[in-house]
Design a protein around this ligand. Structure first.
Ligand SMILES: Nc1ncnc2c1ncn2[C@@H]1O[C@H](COP(=O)(O)OP(=O)(O)OP(=O)(O)O)[C@@H](O)[C@H]1O
Length: 526
């Protein structure tokens, strides 16, 4: 499909997730860099003299993030526990190394990561709830101390790595610490790109707020406003999609003037052209001072970083894994098959036989199409072939979308057909396979789509049908495959080494040269 066709489809709102972002140059602060370099050099000298016996080279993340004295504490209420302060530096260093942690903290507070839940003193009810997990995930371990210190944080970590609680637990804990109740107004605002994701974040937070006597509400379109208006009167936490939130702000039912903690989940998506103006208007309805601003995502393209910084104050950037390159979850087996466009439907039937065969017949398979019309056509095609398939796309009512997702979550239906409305954030238990029937518009979306499997430490498979129509994305896809140590089919390499620079304004890793020598780094996830 040509760019003109794509842009026509966007105009007609046929593409489910319009991804429109102009390439922006990153400003480089040379003097800041120089200062940073000098400080790093000084610190290196000090480390060397303290650890003469250790001749090993420290990697970049360790230099930035380790706390040499182990006495780090924050000025804003968070005090590092004694146990954590006494933990050997080698444990901290190992944690940073194993999890490929990078922390960029302008104030150099060097807060140590929480190696266990015991290293944190949270409200007892929250502590009890999260203790059902064995230990904090890496993004939680590193981000919580900064979030409990009232810092602005950009959190970048792979799909399915517990980012919802990474921002949600400090949100609820801060409310309890500050004695917030149902008369205090909206204190926490979480904005998410899709209704399903907003609803899932709400379900997660409600587990915490129900135990703590706090009230949380969820605002999204496609359903009547009355209940949302009345819930807003007592809510301390609001989870919302931008459109309905702006509606309620504009009619005067939603007052955000007391918000002190604001999260953009799937932040890169929220800062794309399609959402940018809405987000600016929402942010302008919140206080500009004393507002803690958080951005969480699994993909953080350079194109949105500058815009993000305009909403934040000296943010701490916490990254798990190599987030300068676009990386996929390494527990997902990625299979890419280059195929003729017209053979895709028959191949889909073969793949379903393969992935739902014998003992695997009830395995959950999620199929992604790109366009609403395509989704409807494939849904009918599968039904004609006697498959029981549920579907989520923008042409369906909210009620149909919700019930399809619930059927799939609960295993009543083991096949879900979706457009990119389901690409990001949805945490569906035990999705074994993701099939990309049509490749998405950007490689970032590919990473999010396949991230619906392999969640919370599990493994999964992503099978992608790639056609010549998407060859401009081949180079970036090859980089993602290499970065996750996955095989690259020769047919794809043929497209990949000759990546053509595209002129349209969708962001994405279109322009990267393919680095065929890129080797995966070791990464563990517990
Ligand atoms: N500390 C923990 N240990 C183990 N599992 C956890 C922990 N915290 C959260 N989880 C679980 O991990 C799963 C994935 O979490 P979550 O949905 O927050 O991922 P995410 O990082 O937001 O993913 P995405 O980028 O796709 O939005 C959820 O089922 C959640 O309950």
């Amino acid at each position: 499909m040509s760019d003109i066709e794509i842009s026509k489809k966007r105009k007609n709102n046929e593409v489910e997730e319009p991804i429109l972002k102009k390439q922006k140059k990153e400003k480089k602060d040379k003097s800041g860099k120089k200062e940073k370099k000098e400080k790093t050099e000084k610190k290196e000298k000090k480390d060397k003299s303290e650890k003469k016996d250790k001749s090993e080279k420290k990697d970049k993340s360790e230099k930035k993030s380790s706390s040499p004295t182990g006495e780090a504490k924050s000025a804003n209420g968070y005090v590092q526990s004694k146990d954590l302060t006494n933990a050997p530096q080698t444990d901290i260093d190992q944690f940073f190394k194993d999890n490929e942690v990078t922390v960029e903290d302008p104030s150099k507070s060097a807060l140590r990561p929480l190696l266990s839940f015991d290293h944190l003193s949270l409200d007892a009810k929250i502590q009890k709830e999260i203790s059902k997990f064995p230990k904090p995930t890496p993004i939680q371990a590193v981000a919580w101390p900064y979030l409990l210190s009232a810092k602005d944080v950009i959190g970048v970590a792979e799909t399915g790595s517990g980012k919802t609680f990474a921002f949600g637990v400090p949100a609820v804990n801060n409310l309890l610490t500050n004695g917030v109740d149902s008369k205090s107004g909206v204190k926490v605002l979480i904005v998410s790109p899709t209704r399903e994701l907003a609803s899932q974040i709400y379900d997660n937070l409600k587990i915490l707020t129900d135990k703590c006597g706090l009230f949380c509400t969820c605002l999204y379109g496609g359903v009547p406003k009355d209940q949302q208006r009345s819930e807003l009167k007592k809510a301390s936490i609001v989870v919302a999609t931008p459109g309905r939130l702006l509606d309620l702000i504009e009619e005067g039912s939603c007052d955000l003037s007391k918000v002190s903690y604001m999260v953009l989940d799937e932040a890169d998506r929220m800062l794309e052209k399609g959402f940018e103006e809405d987000i600016k208007r929402i942010i302008s309805s919140t206080p500009s001072k004393n507002r803690q601003t958080l951005m969480f995502t699994a993909t953080w393209p350079k194109e949105v970083r500058e815009l993000a910084s305009t909403f934040m104050q000296s943010p701490v950037k916490v990254s798990i894994g190599n987030t300068d390159e676009l990386t996929a979850n390494k527990r997902i087996t990625q299979i890419v098959e280059v195929i003729d466009h017209f053979s895709k439907e028959n191949r889909l039937l073969d793949l379903l036989k393969k992935y739902q065969f014998g003992s695997k017949k009830d395995d959950k398979v999620l199929i992604f199409a790109l366009y609403k019309k395509e989704a409807t056509r494939i849904e009918n095609f599968l039904k004609r072939n006697r498959y029981n398939v549920a579907a989520i796309h923008g042409d369906l009512s909210q009620q149909q979308r919700t019930s399809a997702l619930n059927d799939f979550k609960q295993g009543k239906c083991s096949l879900l057909l979706a457009t990119d409305v389901a690409a990001r954030g949805l945490d569906i238990p035990n999705v074994k396979t993701v099939i990309n029937l049509t490749f998405p518009l950007t490689v970032e979306d590919y990473v999010h789509r396949i991230g619906r499997t392999g969640r919370a430490g599990q493994t999964g498979t992503a099978h992608t049908l790639f056609t010549e129509n998407e060859k401009h994305l081949a180079g970036a896809l090859v980089n993602v495959l290499n970065g996750a140590n996955q095989p690259v089919p020769d047919e794809l390499k043929k497209f990949g080494t000759h990546t053509k620079k595209k002129e349209h304004s969708a962001y994405g890793a279109f322009f990267k040269n393919v680095d065929m020598s890129l080797k995966p780094k070791k990464k563990t996830f517990d």
